[in-house]
Design a protein around this ligand. Sequence first.
Ligand SMILES: Nc1ncnc2c1ncn2[C@@H]1O[C@H](COP(=O)(O)OP(=O)(O)OP(=O)(O)O)[C@@H](O)[C@H]1O
Ligand SMILES: Cc1ncc(CO)c(N)n1
Length: 512
Amino acid sequence: MTRVPAASSLQPVPGKPRPRVLSIAGSDPSGGAGIQADLKSIAANGGYGLAVITALTAQNTRGVTGVHVPPVEFLTRQLEAISADVTVDAVKIGMLGNAEVIGAVADWLGAHRPAVVVLDPVMVASSGDRLLDADAEAALGRLMALADVVTPNVPELAALLGEAVAADWESALEQGKRLAAEHGVSVLVKGGHLDGDISWDALVDLSGASASDVTVFEAPRVDTVNTHGTGCSLSSALATLLGAGLVPTEAVGAAKAWLLEAIATSSELAVGAGHGPVNHFHHGVLPSARDVAGYAADLWTTAAGDLERIYELPFIAALGDGSLEEADFAYYLAQDALYLNTYSRVLAAASSLAPTEAEQAFWAKGARECLDVEAELHRSWLVGREVSMVQGPETKQYVDHLLARAGEGDYAVLVAAILPCYWLYAEVGAVLFREFEQAGAPDSHQYAMWLRSYSDPAFAEATRQAIAYTAEAARRSTPAQWTAMQEAFAHSSRFEVDFFDAPSRRVPRGRA
Ligand SMILES: Nc1ncnc2c1ncn2[C@@H]1O[C@H](COP(=O)(O)OP(=O)(O)OP(=O)(O)O)[C@@H](O)[C@H]1O
Ligand SMILES: Cc1ncc(CO)c(N)n1
């Protein structure tokens, strides 16, 4: 009888398909900003891009030499052609040109509003050239009321409020809060135009989906002139990730992490002599969110082989039926307590590397819970027993592997190394507990309490979440990273087998 299912019940189900993301914006023939940047950002972040053009610019990396706004009736035709045929999951609005265009886009949104609307209130290009008539700024108020998130830079924030341009980050953030309150819309305040070693951004979130109303994101400021189109790229990435179902703080965190790398690797491109574009495809085109389940399934294939081995171990058979020698159990628990102490530090490292606040909180909670379980092991099982608290070789090889992955500082690889401890334990715990119940949950079973603790539904839920985060990290990884993730996972998975086998292998056998 095999106890290993073809798929774990904890694996994620296939997610949403590629979000269909519409950019309503102007054309930048140099490809770094506008529609051209939007389509690259959408593809790079896993979406399918559509584009409706509001205006043509004659522009390069040095500046804008002309703007042509086609008749607004033709803009409406383009918009109607899309909504007559395609379900749009998210829309990103960029350059609008004049008040008439703003009116046409607002009319269309009023009739066909997609689930996600991100408004980048483009007014002036990074070169200083105007991209919106000065008398049209007030008309943006109508569009803001139809948006989920508005993404002004520092000068745009001032223009939208009719106030002076903020001189520092604190005043910019205060202005962002005022704009959000005035228009009832979430605001992503962008600090790219300010000076300093840190490039600050903050999400003032009125959606109610975040733990707090204001989430601040800090990133090192890259010393580069290649910042053409950073705002366009960020707002399109954000629309794509919101369209894929991420909550706003996670979507901003992931979009920023992606953009930072695109800015940092921009020197790989050689486009123009002015403010060059960012490197949108630094990690290639992301697979769709639906593929997340595929990564988890691949990891399961590795884990399933090791689970088979675990179920064949004499230690597991004896633990399951309650016949395990107490000295073996004590040895196992002492090693588990030693292991959990280091595992807690490794989870804390994952928390510190996490790309989103939700993941940061999740791993930090796990780190804390390991210490609680370690303390409980000492209190309930180890106290009064004569047990050696020296790390056994199987424990040492396992924690050395985890600490080495933590030291390398690659979040995706680290969580892949962390995962087997959750996943194999949850599987083994659930199976042993089910069999214990099927045997009538005998009072005489010495290890019933232990079996109960690992079949806890909260632990299964945490495992499900850990698998989902690891699979999402895999989706965002490069092929080389994914290979490293698989290796790290396979090592930990094998070390789980050795860990369960260690009590039977220890020399000299006898008292623990
Ligand atoms: N040199 C930099 N290093 C790191 N991040 C940066 C840098 N410059 C801009 N950013 C980031 O890029 C994003 C866009 O910010 P910015 O304030 O430049 O928007 P913008 O002015 O609308 O952009 P655009 O250049 O497209 O007009 C923000 O997340 C900001 O923090
Ligand atoms: C078309 C277009 N849209 C937006 C910007 C803002 O960077 C730009 N330079 N060009």
